[in-house]
Design a protein around this ligand. Structure first.
Ligand SMILES: Nc1ncnc2c1ncn2[C@@H]1O[C@H](COP(=O)(O)OP(=O)(O)OP(=O)(O)O)[C@@H](O)[C@H]1O
Ligand SMILES: [Mg+2]
Length: 536
């Protein structure tokens, strides 16, 4: 380590973060070494602390000026906090430390060449997602088994580059022979990014029939728990579903539970419940006619049921034309996973799904995927990644509102790893997403994040020692991210590769569009589409 690179000394040590005081001689926070200018104390840059035969690598997470008492006099000095990330020994980098630096150990500036060993740890997998921002010509290598094998969070304010990041990362695995990625696409952005090897399913056309829902999902749609009669509604609805499932599937009758994904007839159940709702019983003697046990208890339930059954927007769920008996589940699964499970990227286009059932559709798709692998004896050979775009919309933090999707994904977040199902959670409002889900993520790709509430939330999610790095989030460029987690050798600022082709999510150039004179918007066309619910 040359004297030229010496910048300071360790002042205090506390678990994995160290306080370093910069040398008195340092007045300018930049230094030129071998033709490149390095910035001292810049957040996210690295320093080296030699310890015997090894060198500790640490990342700067805080810089300030403080008064220090020295020889009875108070002087102003630069102080920085650094978080240790690993050690280099004989040219090899290892995460974590066996021995900690102590007070008074010298601290050196890290040159690009010093860090090459650290950043190339995962080079052998030949999987990189972008360029390291702080190093010229260095790629950001990841361990793709760790990255895809556990849950990933892609977070960032609107327009920071999340959809591009997801497209770019998935494009890198989409050509693999047997990759399995299912993207829940709320705005129909991804079809354009995967023109070839993808399986594009417009859910409103494909149909996701009601009989695939479990009871929790059906209950969320049809039962309002605030109603005094909700307990009777639940009991009777459940009994009727079981009875209908058994009647329609006699060969499976002894196995059937309320959640078995087999056909049942909702209109028959409706008729039966309407009968019970209006039933009058003839009593004996003077009592005459009296109300049946459920008289009037299902009236509101039936109104809700009818409003869904009679609304053409929900026909793809409640009036299926294709999937009308139990065997058809196999065709639906073949469409989702490809025949023999060989679809590489499946884009579930939810853009045409009415807003109030999106949650249930997400829950259904996620649960079908999870349950499929749960029962798949070959699951270890068939890992699937589920991408949840705009997760704050349907995986809310609070227990209010829709719970089915959140509960399903929480289960996958907790147990998915065992069954070969991992999640990529994408959101612009991390503080509004279920903490149970986000805290199960092992890798974080955090793009520019400007909202302080979200920044604080993310600070709590990442390991304590890197909390200081969150400060840099508001200054990241479009498509630039802080990548943290066990798939990277150390926390890194990465300019992610631009996807090719890009998703249909580009910023609209307002000013340029306003400058054009010809307008191509026809009001009658828009209104007609609005009426007929046709979006392109
Ligand atoms: N890696 C990148 N390099 C350069 N520019 C990028 C990169 N990624 C995204 N951008 C730019 O940022 C714009 C917005 O990207 P994107 O649609 O991915 O944002 P987003 O975070 O998904 O936004 P929203 O939250 O609104 O969905 C893109 O049109 C593109 O111009
Ligand atoms: Mg987006």
């Amino acid at each position: 380590m040359t004297k030229e690179k010496l910048i300071g000394t360790v002042m205090a040590v506390n678990s994995s973060s160290l306080s370093v005081v910069l040398n008195q001689g340092i007045t300018s926070l930049s230094k030129e070494l071998n033709g490149k200018v390095y910035y001292i104390g810049q957040l996210g840059t690295y320093v080296l602390i030699p310890l015997g035969h090894t060198t500790v690598v640490a990342v700067v997470s805080d810089l300030r000026k403080t008064d220090i008492a020295e020889n009875g006099r108070s002087t102003q000095r630069y102080m920085m906090s650094v978080s240790t990330v690993g050690t280099v020994k004989e040219g090899k980098f290892e995460r974590g430390l066996a021995v900690f630096p102590t007070v008074d150990t010298p601290v050196y500036l890290a040159e690009d060449s010093d860090l090459r060993a650290a950043f190339s740890v995962f080079q052998r997998f030949d999987f990189s997602v972008g360029n390291l921002t702080l190093f010229e010509h260095e790629r950001a290598y990841l361990d793709p088994n760790r990255f895809f094998g556990k849950h990933i969070a892609v977070l960032g304010s609107t327009g920071s580059g999340k959809s591009c990041t997801v497209s770019s990362i998935i494009q890198k695995v989409s050509f693999l022979k047997d990759s399995n990625v299912i993207i829940l696409d709320l705005h129909n952005e991804y079809a354009r990014a995967f023109p070839k090897d993808s399986n594009h399913l417009n859910i409103a056309e494909v149909e996701l029939p009601y009989w695939l829902m479990n009871f929790e999902e059906l209950q969320e749609i049809f039962i309002d728990e605030r109603e005094p009669s909700s307990a009777s509604q639940i009991t009777v609805f459940k009994d009727q579903i079981i009875a209908s499932k058994k009647a329609k599937n006699p060969s499976l009758a002894s196995y059937i539970t309320v959640d078995t994904p087999v056909y049942f007839d909702l209109s028959e159940i409706r008729a039966r419940m309407q009968f019970l709702d209006t039933e009058r019983i003839t009593g004996l003697g003077a009592a005459g006619v009296k109300d049946g046990p459920f008289y009037g208890q299902f009236t509101r339930f039936l109104v809700r049921l009818d409003s869904k059954l009679n609304d053409s927007r929900y026909a793809f769920v409640f009036k299926p034309k294709t999937y009308t008996h139990s065997e058809t589940i196999k065709d639906l699964l073949a469409r989702i996973f490809g025949i023999d499970g060989n679809a590489q990227v499946t884009i579930m286009d939810l853009s045409g799904v009415p807003f109030d059932v999106v949650n249930i559709m997400v829950s259904l798709i996620a649960r079908l995927t999870f349950d499929f692998n749960f029962w798949n004896p070959n699951r270890r050979e068939y890992p699937v990644q589920l991408v949840f775009e705009e997760a704050h919309n349907y995986l809310p933090a609070s227990s209010q509102g829709s719970a089915a999707a959140r509960r399903t994904v929480e289960r996958i977040a907790k147990e998915g790893r065992k069954y070969g199902v991992s999640c990529m959670i994408v959101s612009q409002r991390p503080s509004e997403v279920s903490e149970t889900i986000l805290s199960q993520c092992n890798n974080y790709v955090i793009l520019r994040l400007t909202n302080p509430v979200d920044q604080n939330f993310v600070r709590k999610l990442v390991p304590d020692t890197f909390a200081g790095l969150i400060e840099i989030l508001s200054s990241l460029r479009q498509g630039e991210a802080l990548v943290l987690g066990d798939a990277v050798s150390m926390p890194s600022r990465v300019q992610l590769d631009y996807p090719s082709p890009e998703p249909d999510s580009a910023d609209i150039k307002f000013f340029d569009k306003w400058k054009q004179s010809a307008t191509s918007t026809r009001i009658d066309d828009v209104v007609d589409r609005w009426w007929k619910q046709i979006r392109t």
